[in-house]
Design a protein around this ligand. Sequence first.
Ligand SMILES: [Zn+2]
Length: 450
Amino acid sequence: MKTLQAYRFALDPNAAQGANLHRHAGAARFAYNWGLARVKAAFAQRDAEQSYGLGGDALTPVPWTLPALRLAWNAAKRDVAPWWDECSKEAFSAGLDQLARGLKNVTDSRRGKRKGQRVGFPRFKKRGKARDSFRYTTGAYGPADDHLVTLPRIGRVKVHEPMGALTGRLAQGRARLLGATVSRTAGRWFVSFTVEVDREMPGGPSRRQRRAGPVGVDLGVKHLAVLSTGEMVANPKHLAGSLRRLRKASRAYARSKSASAGRRQRVARLARIHARVAHQRHDGLHKLTTGLAKTHSVIVVEDLHVAGMVRNRRLARAIADTAMAQVRRQLLYKTRWYGSRLIVADRWYPSSKTCSDCGGRNPSLTLADRTFICPSCGLVVDRDLNAAVNLRHLVAGSALETENARGGDRETALARQVPTKREPGTARADQTGSAVLSRTAARQRLTHAP
Ligand SMILES: [Zn+2]
């Protein structure tokens, strides 16, 4: 089966190449802004025409799609950008493409075809504020060898780490390049290849996966994840240090005077640390999701309201929420690669307020409570572990099992009911997670028994 994958590498361009990369990103931004101005002008023109009583085909057309924008650009580029020949035409195309997508999002959002918050009209990109990026989709771009990338009109650029994983697949004919995006994050250039890869997809879980059974995953802040097996997956090694530096840098930034040289330095520093944190989390999350998808037959995660959560003020929470979205996206394809299944629990499923042992509820549990105490059976258990086990219980509900057996891209378990009640401590042998929890629970009940 063919799947899409991305391979991202940091670049080490020399000074001339660096300047050229900047020029190409500038060209993409220029085309984007030019197109946006053109669209806005066309709208103004139509308004005027309508006020004269014109309508229908007599009105000035708005170049709303990529082909229309390209046509307009090619007719105008000699006048508006006499330097256009200095850059690859792909750069301008990338800017126009980005604009066309932005415009389409606006239309889709207004017609209710797009989820989430209403999408605003595209805005002009300011130099230095907007992200520097451009894209190649045609031409002779790609890895020249394990350490060099060919970028048309820029040259052969050194890559920071070897690209063996990608070049190997390309050489064997098991992968096909579809595009390359060059972008700058926190002062560093990256190239990201979109690749179509041929993959053998297993029809179902292996014996090993079936033996390990389903697993519930609760993503956290203190730990990267807590599994229903009782395993706490630690955060990546240096993340705590980076987070500390991040908080310090944020404070320094907040205290600096606006538009000062000091502020510019602090912005750059803040961006560098942000990029490092993102990178460290990214690495940790990939290890986690690969491990889960390879080891277990079914993985149950919680749904989340991404649009609402991203605006969270607390840094740690915001990072955890982003992680949640990434984990889901990664599990979606990795479960297919490795023959396991993904279940996304309904976001109203009370995974944290329900007792994972007796099904009783503790509605008074607040976000600050790190420990779940069951008012019915006296279970005392780590809050995240309780949530993870509840998620895992979703698989035990047979209705869900059949619903998911039908397959589909995203399996959302609409489980508003609490898990089936069980006698405490009667975990079945096939339920690794429950068995572990029950032992933990029993131990804790000895020390915390009311
Ligand atoms: Zn209970």
